[in-house]
Design a protein around this ligand. Sequence first.
Ligand code: GDP
Ligand code: MG
Length: 448
Amino acid sequence: SLSDRLTATFKNLRGKGRLSEADVDGTVREIRRALLDADVAVPVVREFVAQVKERALGEEVSTSLNPGQQIVKIVNDELVRILGGQTRRLNLAKVPPTVIMLAGLQGAGKTTLAGKLAKHLKSQGHTPLLVACDLQRPNAVKQLQVNGERAGVPVFAPHPGVSSEFEASTGDPVAVARDGIAEAKTKLHDIVIVDTAGRLGVDTEMMEQAADIRAAINPDEVLFVIDAMIGQDAVNTAQAFNDGVNFTGVVLTKLDGDARGGAALSVASVTGKPVMFASTGENLDDFEIFHPDRMASRILDMGDILTLIEQAEKSWDKGEAERMAKKFTDREDFTLDDFLAQMQQIRKMGSMKKMLAMMPGAAISKQQLEQFDEKQMDRVEAIVRSMTPHERVAPKIINGSRRARIAKGSGVHVSEVNQMLERFGEAQKMMKKMASGGGIPGMPGARG
Ligand code: GDP
Ligand code: MG
């Protein structure tokens, strides 16, 4: 993995006092490979790497970080900066309604997102209205109506009550958009979400229609919806939509798939527009506010690397930490350090799944087998590594604020820290049983 490669690079660099061109080149090569693996567009990678290199060579040598760590920190900072820095919130109109227009290719996830966004805004006390301006695809209006119903949000459509494909397809999307906003004003909706049509590829007719709608309704936000799986095409598509409708923000969809989010960097980098939301599934609740720092970690897959850096910044001394840990009187018999050591032991034996498959007549069901997940183990490890020595030996002290800090440090949601501690609690119980002559211990890293 990238983490392994970078850690190896760090080892080579450890102890050196200055950043030489050779050091920078070695690390930068790994970064370039990671970005390409994450499907960041080639020209974006080229520019990004050049910038990082320039910054790294000009940088003063840190006293607490080794050169490799220092470069990774620069990379992370740059990624976060390009992705928009802070999470960017919706720009609300001073005089309601706030008008939000969605644009993007067909199948990008606009209509689904319209429902998600409506539900999210409703839960925040807003009174959104959905407006169906995709009159090109048969059933598009119906699809929005279904989503609106699920979200508990009304939908303004060309011929309310009559969802005939024929009538809908003869409507004028610009007129519908305008009427929808008039309707929102009359009925006192404070936000209008305008769903529009897309095509499979960028074409001038579709772009003209989107541009016409934009000109007619003067939206406060134009959200460009893009499928994270689009890969190298992200640059051209984003550029075309930026030229065509001058969008104000980006929504990345289908992040539940294999995509590692490279499209986020490509789009943000070529357009300078922030990513604001992420869509992570087909259900209306699979919706997230976009966090640039978390996406930076996802792109570089370096949760544990960042933890390493944090530790270096705190001038971490493992020996000292261990001595301190011995002093804690609330120390448990089976600690999170043991848990971690166990997990590493298991990993050394090769891929979890392979190993489990080799166990004859294993007392492990197929379902349990599927729950083992290497990535999950990576995250569990990152979580434990973000804990203080005291927390590791006395997990009982890990209260809400500590959980929040650990989640931030390891780049996961608090819920994952909670789950992880729950699992650890179960493993701990198993170990106690084992000690008193019980059966097979619970495997760390297994869900549920
Ligand atoms: P539109 O053409 O841009 O309006 O796209 P749709 O909203 O109709 O979505 C196209 C397809 O992608 C539908 O089958 C959706 O259920 C699916 N979809 C949308 N967003 C997501 C997502 O975040 N994850 C997954 N897995 N599927 C999604
Ligand atoms: Mg649609």
